[in-house]
Design a protein around this ligand. Structure first.
Ligand SMILES: Cc1cc2nc3c(=O)[nH]c(=O)nc-3n(C[C@H](O)[C@H](O)[C@H](O)COP(=O)(O)O)c2cc1C
Length: 251
């Protein structure tokens, strides 16, 4: 079973590709924590890197998983460039449950947070072709149940960057903000939010449990949700090309 967390579909697309290759299924991490997965012989975790580490939501969910200590457990993190301490944190969290992470790797994909800096994630589509060989290798490794960690050692650069991001309040800076004048109350944001953290009455309201996946910013048909004080432009809204809006809904 391949468990995933995904805001804009990169991690879901990678999870699906691995699942297809090893004849397995995907399951959202948010649902996986409600199930007993102790009979699964192979558990995969696919999730994005945020601020050189694991998304806070994934950090909260992983300790709740019911998985076997005998299972082959692998992880892949999707990231724009640097996985930092993402996989190291996962290894540590699993170890606290007595579970060994057998295999870990990162894969570079378009950076969905580029929108927060006024850049266009869609212009990074070249990464799909450039790093396709890496995904092929990851799949071959997982198929062979290889034991190998890449990027699962603690990294000083990742530690410093993650710390400075938090220290400088960058996390709060990226928090999505709803422009009520533009919001039509269509609920698309609420449907895709993997945290079920958006309530819509007349207008969308983002609750206190935001993990900053930016799904809402990228899917809003009115471009009414912004981050880092940047106006959201339609052409900068991103979703993995293989992932449809309905795939992001009701996960
Ligand atoms: C808040 C936030 C922080 C991010 N931080 C990093 C980072 O530290 N390093 C990196 O390479 N990519 C970073 N990214 C980019 C994502 O890891 C990348 O786009 C990922 O594939 C998104 O996955 P998803 O489409 O499954 O949500 C960040 C994205 C967000 C939203």
């Amino acid at each position: 079973m391949i468990l995933y967390f995904s805001g804009t579909g990169n991690s879901l697309a990678i999870a699906r590709k691995i699942a297809e290759a090893i004849n397995d299924q995907v399951l959202p991490l948010t649902e996986a924590v409600q199930q007993d997965l102790t009979n699964e012989q192979c558990i995969g975790l696919v999730f994005p890197t945020y601020d050189f580490n694991m998304p806070p939501a994934v950090r909260t969910l992983v300790p709740q998983l019911k998985i076997s200590k005998e299972a082959y457990v692998f992880a892949v993190t999707t990231c724009g460039a640097q996985a930092g301490n993402s996989l190291w944190t996962l290894r540590r969290l699993l170890r606290q449950k007595g579970i060994e992470l057998a295999y870990a790797h990162k894969i570079r994909v378009p950076d969905n947070s580029a929108i927060a800096f006024g850049r266009n994630p869609n212009e990074q589509a070249w990464k799909f072709e450039r790093f396709a060989f890496r995904l092929d290798r990851i799949i071959a490794d997982i198929r062979g149940q290889k034991h190998e960690w890449h990027f699962a050692w603690w990294s000083l650069a990742g530690g410093i960057m993650g710390w400075s991001f938090l220290e400088n309040g960058m996390w709060r800076t990226f928090h999505p903000v709803v422009n009520e004048a533009k919001c039509t109350g269509c609920k698309t944001c609420a449907r895709v939010c993997p945290m079920s953290n958006i309530a819509v009455e007349e207008k969308a309201h983002i609750g206190d449990n935001c993990t900053i996946c930016l799904a809402c910013v990228h899917v809003c048909p009115q471009q009414a949700i912004s981050t880092n004080g940047r106006e959201t432009l339609k052409e900068r809204q991103y979703r993995h090309p293989d992932i449809k809006l309905k795939d992001l809904i009701k996960r």
